[in-house]
Design a binder for this molecule. Structure first.
Ligand code: AMP
Ligand code: GLY
Length: 429
């Protein structure tokens, strides 16, 4: 095979996808929309808006690509995969119906309840009065979520009832998230450790890819505001064999079955955000795409067969495809702009990219960068994800931080405790 693959998106996750695909013996050429300066080293970048469904589909047709791999959720929710499939272009990523798994938390919860997929109790409400009842019924700590896509800002977890009520009112009275907050989910609070699990599916069969843990808070010790993710590592040593069985079989395989039973032909990634509770794994949320920055630790661990498996999913027939991860570990640390996730300046020159990439086992993924006068500059909140591979989490962590230490830009901020606890727990998991 000498596949021509189009990667949709321009962040760190899409750089990791393009980087892996460009090294896949089954891939002849990688294209990207819009890509970024890092992706440009692996792929031919075309400046298009990924949510401009018609324009992206036109490009895929014109270029005669064999496979489109959609990175972010927004184009999926906008129906990019539906349009591409309608034009006969094999596409990895669910259609609009499947993207509801991420696009409507209430729909995803209801699916879990109908098909016995383990998750916490919850109430979907559309009025403050019903919301207050749900807060009292489910008790503190309170968990209040906007139903739709809210760029990670739609979730409030709090002991403070007044804060919870304010979150309800923000959504239902003040329209803080527009349509996305017209329905609100009040959830039972779940205690435990969090893990992200990723599986590929063709709509019937499920192939486990791997697990990772990401770090959502901005500052060391899980302090500070929520972000898109400040780092990640894989594998996850605290997931034992029983939990892994419950996750692959009880959650992900069952979710694929549930989707099929609902008439949804889901061809893409199932990403479950899980809490490992004393009673076993429970779904916190689903996403319909790879995690960012989880992809930056999974892609470097893939041995072979990614393109073939993604294409098989896209064609709706996984057969007996498998994707193997290496036995080692990978850690990624995000270098963010000063002020992120709040207001931040961009346009600062980035030094040390080559020195960092020269460290054995290190890969520097671009997340928010741009080229200006031939120079790579910062162009977003999350600027780079610096990944390190090693035999153990501890070694991978050393490589990532050693590479990160070569990189400088004005205001650069990163966490210094990514994977520290997991490294101390030892082993490759
Ligand atoms: P979500 O976007 O739904 O993953 O929520 C963001 C974060 O809020 C999660 O990563 C958890 O840390 C926390 N969270 C969400 N739902 C719950 C819950 N039911 N119980 C405890 N923590 C939660
Ligand atoms: N790292 C969290 C996400 O991709 O949603």
């Amino acid at each position: 095979m000498s596949l021509r693959v189009l990667v949709v998106g321009g962040g760190g996750r899409e750089h990791a996808l393009a980087w892996r695909l460009a090294r896949d013996p089954d891939v002849g050429e990688v294209l990207a929309v819009p890509g970024n300066p890092g992706i440009a080293a692996e792929a031919r970048c075309v400046a298009l808006d990924p949510t401009d469904v018609g324009a992206v589909a036109d490009l895929a047709e014109r270029e005669g690509v064999d496979l489109v791999v959609v990175g972010p959720e927004a184009p999926l929710v906008a129906g990019l995969a539906d349009e591409l499939r309608a034009r006969g272009v094999p596409t990895f990523g669910p259609g609009r119906d499947g993207a509801r798994l991420e696009g409507s938390k209430a729909w995803a919860k209801a699916l879990c309840e109908r098909y016995g997929i383990p998750t916490g109790r919850s109430r979907a409400v559309t009025s403050v009065a019903d919301g207050l009842g749900a807060l009292d019924e489910l008790g503190p700590p309170y968990v209040v979520k906007a139903d739709g896509l809210a760029a990670g800002k739609g979730v409030v977890v709090t002991e403070d009832r007044e804060r919870a009520v304010r979150a309800l009112e923000d959504c239902l009275l003040r329209g803080a998230f527009g349509e996305a907050g017209a329905t609100v989910l009040v959830e039972e609070h779940l205690a435990g450790r969090e893990v992200s699990a990723f599986a590929l599916t063709d709509g019937r069969r499920v192939v486990p890819l791997g697990m990772a843990q990401d770090f959502k808070r901005a500052l060391d010790g899980d302090a500070g505001p929520n972000t898109g993710g400040m780092g990640a590592y894989s594998p996850v040593p605290f997931v034992d064999a029983a939990a892994a069985r419950a996750i692959w079989g009880g959650v992900l395989a069952r979710t694929a079955e549930a989707l099929a039973a609902e008439g949804v032909e889901y061809r893409g990634v199932l990403y479950a955000g899980l809490m490992l509770t004393a009673d076993g794994p429970r779904v916190l949320e689903f996403n319909c795409r790879f995690g960012d920055p989880e992809a930056q630790v999974l892609m470097p661990r893939i041995r072979e067969g990614l393109a073939r498996a993604l294409l098989a999913c896209a064609r709706g027939d996984l057969g007996d495809q498998r994707v193997e991860l290496d036995d080692g570990a990978c850690v990624t640390v995000v270098a963010a702009s000063g002020g992120y996730p709040g207001a931040h300046e961009t346009g600062f020159g980035i030094e040390g990219l080559e020195e960092a990439a020269a460290i054995p086992g290190a890969v520097v993924f671009h997340a928010g960068t741009a080229l200006r006068d031939g120079r790579v500059v910062t162009a977003g909140g999350r600027v780079l994800a610096v990944s390190g591979l090693g035999d153990t989490i501890g070694r991978a962590r050393e490589v990532a931080y050693e590479a990160l230490a070569r990189i400088r830009f004005r205001g650069m901020h990163h966490r210094s405790d990514i994977a520290a606890a997991a490294a101390a727990e030892g082993g490759a998991g």
